[in-house]
Design a protein around this ligand. Structure first.
Ligand SMILES: [Zn+2]
Length: 417
């Protein structure tokens, strides 16, 4: 069912398909988007394709401001998406189906092709009203966010091309809100992968002795579980959000002597290991966590070793916690808040994001960066089956970005930031 109300969705979500090629596996963005330049060029915007790693393009779109001596604004989103299991969806996940109720079903409808298109549609509307930005506005579509951004945003922000942009403030993706308040994120948690290994003397399954590998590993798991409970209790008591504590969750266990029918049942193995997913809020002192791991979770006195794979930074280049200020010390914060109010929107209390986005690479450079996707009254369905966004929510988001772009690009005081 199409009517005037739906019109802007037609070109927009056709682009969503172009931007979001299905990936056969989780691996990487190797499919070059088909002609992603056109919608931006139709707006008279300058486009550039940057390729820091072969076949992993970043599309950079620029709307030149009237005062190039001021720092610029960057609106970021990512080209890739996670895969989908089509058989578990009510509509084909890579076809962007608009239902009669106005729901747009598509992988990427929330994460985060919506904002990619909203940025452009907001510029289209502002141009139609002859608005001229004072600060230059850049839009970047980067690869590989879903697999860690190492060949995407990380390479982009470390490039000379990025340096030349003189970016003063960044908006990146956020998350849907189930009520009528817009959510905004000023930090991400940083993921660590932890693998602990226990070694011990093997022995007959009937023997009781100290320091077996399994016993040592299980002791560690008990200790780690107690720490997990202590963090979770704070959340359960309502004293902190999930994203404000350290989460530690077991993700694999590996032990036992394989036999043709399963495992040898009368042998205690000499090695056992377990893997954990840790998420650290930026307020965490990483050295204290490392000390805890070395002394309590995998101590050498219990024949344990460990490996920590840090999947992202916790500190910026100055050694400061990786978070954007949400007080008067950050002039962009009040401009952003006022823009949301001017759009008739309500802003929820700023949050730390439980997971991780490309925003951490910009924050690492000390650039104030917020995560924001204007989706109110929307179930959180990123990476889920039947990811959808309501057309009314999508269109409202374009209006919100019009206010944001207008306010931020006209803001002249923060010339040096
Ligand atoms: Zn995303």
């Amino acid at each position: 069912m199409f009517n005037d109300r739906h019109f802007p969705l037609l070109p927009s979500f056709a682009l969503l398909l172009l931007l979001s090629p299905p990936h056969p596996r989780h691996i990487t963005t190797t499919t070059r988007p088909r002609n992603p330049n056109r919608p931006a060029q139709s707006l008279g915007l300058k486009t550039r394709t940057l390729e820091f790693v072969p076949n992993k393009p970043t599309l950079l779109i620029t709307w030149q401001g009237s005062n190039p001596s001021l720092s610029s604004l960057l609106f970021n989103s990512h080209l890739d998406s996670v895969p989908a299991e089509p058989s578990k969806w009510t509509h084909p996940p890579f076809s962007a189906t608009l239902t009669p109720e106005g729901k747009i079903f598509a992988r990427g409808a929330q994460d985060d092709k919506c904002i990619a298109i909203q940025y452009l549609e907001a510029i289209r509307n502002l141009k139609a009203r002859n608005f001229v930005p004072t600060r230059t506005i850049h839009i970047s579509f980067v690869p590989d966010e879903e697999i860690g951004g190492i060949d995407g945003a990380d390479k982009f922000v470390k490039s000379n091309e990025f340096k030349d942009l003189d970016v003063g403030f960044v908006l990146d993706e956020g998350q849907a809100s189930v009520n009528d308040e817009f959510r905004v994120f000023y930090a991400d948690r940083s993921p660590w992968n932890l693998i602990i290994k226990a070694r011990g003397v093997p022995g007959h399954g009937s023997r009781m002795y100290d320091n077996g590998a399994m016993e040592n590993l299980m002791n560690s798991i008990e200790i780690i579980n107690r720490f997990r409970d202590s963090q979770f209790d704070v959340v359960k008591a309502g004293k902190a959000a999930n994203s404000e504590v350290i989460s530690v969750n077991p993700v694999f266990l590996k032990a036992g002597i394989p036999s043709p029918t399963g495992f040898v049942m009368n042998m205690q193995p000499s090695e056992a290991e377990a893997g954990f997913d840790l998420r650290l809020p930026p307020t965490t002192d990483p050295e204290l966590v490392k000390k805890r791991i070395a002394e309590e979770w995998a101590p050498a006195v219990r024949n344990m070793t460990y490996e920590i794979i840090e999947k992202g930074p916790l500190r910026d280049y100055m050694g400061r916690p990786l978070m954007t200020a949400i007080d008067d010390s950050n002039p962009w914060w009040s401009v952003f808040k006022q823009a949301i109010a001017a759009a008739g929107g309500k802003l929820a209390k700023p949050e730390i994001l439980s997971s991780t986005t490309d925003a951490r690479f910009m924050r690492q450079l000390g650039i104030p960066t917020f995560g924001f996707s204007p989706m109110t009254n929307t179930p959180i369905l990123l990476h889920d089956h039947n990811e959808f966004l309501k057309d009314t929510v999508f269109l409202r988001g374009i209006e919100v970005y019009e206010h944001i772009i207008r306010a931020l690009s006209s803001f002249e005081e923060a010339g040096s930031v």
